[in-house]
Design a protein around this ligand. Structure first.
Ligand code: FUB
Length: 466
């Protein structure tokens, strides 16, 4: 079923904000606009950032979370949406349809382990896959950590000696030593004596929840959502994976612009990044507080002694670290920014059944809910080989035009792609269109013109100038 769009007002607000954005090399905050995303859990694999995330439903009031999403990036600015990779339904022992809270994924021995908390006493489950894209399966068919230990918000660290630790908890921090199989542990869960709130003491850190274990240059870090509410992000440092933890300060102070927060920290191509979230897209439409959050990212800077320099609120200071290659297929759902669009995973047979004799094809992620004036911005596209044509793979719905522009939503027009009403049940087709002269690095805009429900957009690709 086609998902509803963000409130029209949000689209107008986004459009007016963005029409002033010209070429730049910085990330957007928030980084995802097609869905509400929370609880970032980034992990680096194969030179790519895999960002697992919670999904706040578009109509959420309180927490309304059914599944876990995946985004990837190799430049920290353009993010590719891979849709849901796991959901509450993957745990047969979970009987709620709301509660897909903050996950974390880690790789070991060629497998990917996704630790998933389900509040309401269900506990923390673990899913395993051979691929970071899934499919993920529950190998134990029961909670890994029972629900009696404040069991939300798992974070996992594999130390240099190979010992893995799983931490979690609100209002206390708990941990276990995981066994090598990553799906069982030794002993009983331990409540950390320094970060834990024991009868309100010690509580020097205002620890809330959302721990994130991280190791850098021999220093162990425990970052977490601190103070409430609004939640900030703070951290403690230790000499071992189990502490003792010493409170070191705030990574980002609580700010009325974001009732919650939740750190996720990675090192990627020589820079350390912290992810978290705010409510910026929600707040473009209403002052009410609903749990419709949006993931953000910033660079982290360290002092000589390993302490972290405090960040102001989310401030879009992440540089694009490589350009986009337009001569290879780029998924339409790869974007730095968009206005008014949604993304959706489709099964080919839903559209193509009579043409493919009912054979089940692979799934595609597509950009959908495309109406007049909506647009996609792909940042930093390297046209050093020029361009002669552009191919787009689209399924026509009512049809319309795609204007391909550079640097601004009303920037230089490279091509106008005509997508006729197919009358063929919105089958996917590749359309080739000549392109005007272009050279150098540009932000690329796909601006949709027509009435409404114009098309679904799968991928695009330029051919170099001959
Ligand atoms: O997203 C649901 C809950 O909100 C998470 O588990 C917490 O960390 C907070 O972000």
């Amino acid at each position: 079923m086609r998902k509803s769009k963000f409130n029209k007002l949000a689209v107008v607000a986004i459009l007016s904000l963005s029409s002033s954005i010209s070429v730049n090399c910085l990330a957007q905050d928030p980084i995802i606009q097609t869905k509400y995303t929370a609880d970032p859990a980034p992990v680096v694999y194969n030179d790519t950032v895999f960002l697992y995330a919670g999904h706040d439903e578009d109509d959420a009031f309180g927490f309304n979370m059914k599944e876990w999403l995946l985004y990837t990036s190799t430049d920290m600015v353009n993010w590719t949406d891979h849709g849901p990779v796991a959901s509450l339904k993957d745990f047969k022992w979970v009987t709620t349809d709301n509660g897909a809270w903050a996950p974390q994924c880690i790789r070991r021995n060629g497998k990917f382990y996704l630790y998933c908390p389900m509040p309401g006493g269900f506990g923390i489950g673990v899913l395993v896959s051979d691929s970071p894209y899934g499919p993920f399966k529950d190998p134990i068919g029961k909670p890994l950590i029972g629900g009696q230990y404040n069991s939300i918000d798992p974070t996992v660290l594999i130390d240099d000696d190979g010992q893995a630790y799983l931490y979690w908890g609100n209002p206390n921090l708990w941990y276990v030593k995981l066994n090598d199989d990553m799906i069982s542990f030794e002993g009983e869960p331990i409540k950390d004596p320094l970060i834990a709130k024991v009868k309100g003491q010690p509580d020097p850190f205002h620890y809330q929840e959302g721990p994130w274990a991280y190791k850098r240059n021999g220093h162990y870090y425990m970052a977490y959502a601190s103070t409430c509410c609004p939640e900030g992000m703070a951290y403690a440092m230790g000499k071992s994976a189990t502490g003792p933890w010493e409170y070191k300060g705030s990574i980002m102070d609580g700010d009325p612009r974001s009732n919650g927060n939740h750190p996720g920290i990675i090192d990627y191509k020589g820079t350390t990044y912290v992810f978290g979230f705010n409510y910026a897209i929600l707040k473009q439409t209403m002052s009410k507080h609903y749990e419709r959050r949006s993931i953000c990212v910033e660079k982290l800077t360290f002092n000589e002694d390993g302490t972290i320099q405090k960040l102001p609120f989310w401030s879009k200071n992440v540089d694009q670290i490589e350009n986009v290659n337009p001569y290879e297929k780029v998924q339409a759902e790869t974007m730095a920014y968009c206005a008014g669009l949604k993304t959706m995973k489709v099964e080919e047979w839903e559209r193509n059944v009579s043409w493919n004799k009912g054979k089940l094809q692979t799934t595609r992620m597509v950009v959908t809910s495309v109406n007049n004036g909506d647009y996609i911005k792909v940042q930093g596209v390297d046209f050093s080989k020029g361009a002669s044509t552009i191919d787009v793979c689209v399924a026509s719905l009512r049809g319309g035009k795609i204007e391909v522009r550079t640097d601004k939503v009303d920037g230089t027009l490279l091509a106008t792609i005509k997508v006729n009403t197919s009358g063929e049940g919105d089958i996917y087709k590749t359309i080739t269109t000549p392109v005007k002269k272009v050279q150098g690095v540009h932000d690329l805009y796909f601006v949709f013109k027509g009435e409404k429900d114009l098309l679904d957009f799968d991928w695009w690709k330029f051919s170099a100038k001959k």
